[in-house]
Design a protein around this ligand. Structure first.
Ligand code: DP6
Length: 340
């Protein structure tokens, strides 16, 4: 990652920077916290940062603002959503010894409600831009740790390619690290959109429910083994081993969700239809595996020779609204001259 530099717009009354970060798809999931206040995940997770689904965020700390103003995709954030961003900015302000409020303008290049979590790319870009605007000299690891405080999965979006998020006993120990760059392995993630409706229970609330499932501890134990398999599969580029581990943990996580109190069922009938189709294609010899986040849309992992036909096949399923093809993408970065 390049050195963080303050954008030239900064002046005596304004500190400004712009950053970009990609969303990521977790192969093993972050679900449940060891420390909810610090957002320290219950288990390690492995993800792929995606190329096509990205957020660009400008943060301008200003002497004349009475409160933080946050706009996402042209709409002002209010209430708890704005407070969450403000609390995150407070962390950065605390490190820099600056009390100025900020104007934050964030744009996603994927439509809201497309079933792609904007919190990972959003909080990664916010952390990078905010830290740069304040002139904080932080290592990528520290930036990842800070991004985690805003949204757990954002810690991973600081880096490109294939990424491991460590849990840990203390704040300092829970950060992401890059395992392999985006060019290491040409894997496709076909995001199959079956619903654009906002989910009834956001991830942040779901994490709190995880320990109420009798399956939670069993999953946490199993994920440790799946992570070992995944790291090995990545190093050897063994797609079947990667896909099996990813699909198993998606099912484990949803089993935890479904057996929480209250129960969380994020799937729709169309979700299950896509899952069946992926497994049927696999039985027919196509390397395809699914994973699903906290929502009804399905991420289908496959390899380049099968991408086009699989995409067409999934697109033709009843209830499928769109398929967004993504590949491994770069990590978060500062955009030196955003106007260009
Ligand atoms: C199912 O990172 O969105 O996508 O920390 O509350 O923002 P917060 O949660 P978030 O949780 C991610 C949940 C997941 C799995 C994953 O991406 O690891």
């Amino acid at each position: 990652m390049e050195t963080i530099r303050v954008h030239p717009c900064s002046s005596a009354s304004q500190l400004q920077a712009t950053a970009e970060a990609g969303a990521n798809i977790a192969l093993t999931k972050y679900w449940g916290n060891a420390d909810p206040d610090l957002r320290i995940p219950a288990n390690d997770s492995v993800s792929i940062t995606l190329d096509r689904v990205r957020t660009v965020t400008t943060v301008a700390f200003r002497a004349d603002l009475p409160e933080d103003e946050v706009t996402v995709d042209g709409r002002p954030l209010v209430g708890p959503a704005r407070e969450r961003v403000s609390r995150h900015l407070d962390l950065l302000r605390g490190l820099a010894g600056v009390s100025w409020r900020a104007r934050v303008v964030s744009e996603n290049n994927f439509p809201a409600g497309a079933g792609i979590a904007a919190s990972a790319s959003g909080f990664a870009a916010l952390t990078l831009a905010g830290a740069a605007a304040l002139g904080l000299d932080l290592s990528p690891r520290d930036l990842s740790r800070l991004a985690r405080r805003g949204s757990g999965s954002a810690a991973r979006s600081v880096f490109g390619g294939f990424v491991l998020l460590h849990t840990g006993a203390r704040d300092e120990d829970a950060f992401a690290e890059p395992l392999h760059g985006p060019d290491w392995w040409d894997i496709w993630d076909l995001i199959v959109i079956v619903s654009r409706a906002e989910k009834a229970v956001p991830s942040s609330e779901g994490h709190h429910l995880a320990p109420t499932s009798a399956l939670h501890q069993a999953r946490v134990a199993r994920v440790a083994e799946l992570n070992r398999q995944l790291l090995d599969a990545l190093a050897r580029r063994d797609f079947a081993a990667l896909g099996q581990a990813a699909e198993e943990d998606a099912l484990l996580m949803h089993a935890v969700m479904m057996t929480s109190r209250p129960s969380l069922i994020y799937w729709l009938p169309e979700t299950v239809a896509v899952m069946h189709r992926v497994q049927a294609r696999r039985r027919a010899g196509i390397p395809a595996y699914f994973t699903i986040d906290a929502g009804p849309n399905v991420h289908v992992l496959t390899l380049p020779p099968y991408r086009e036909s699989l995409q067409a096949d999934l697109r033709a399923l009843p209830g499928v609204q769109d398929v967004i093809p993504c590949r491994p993408g770069p990590g978060g970065r500062i955009i030196p001259n955003p106007a260009e």
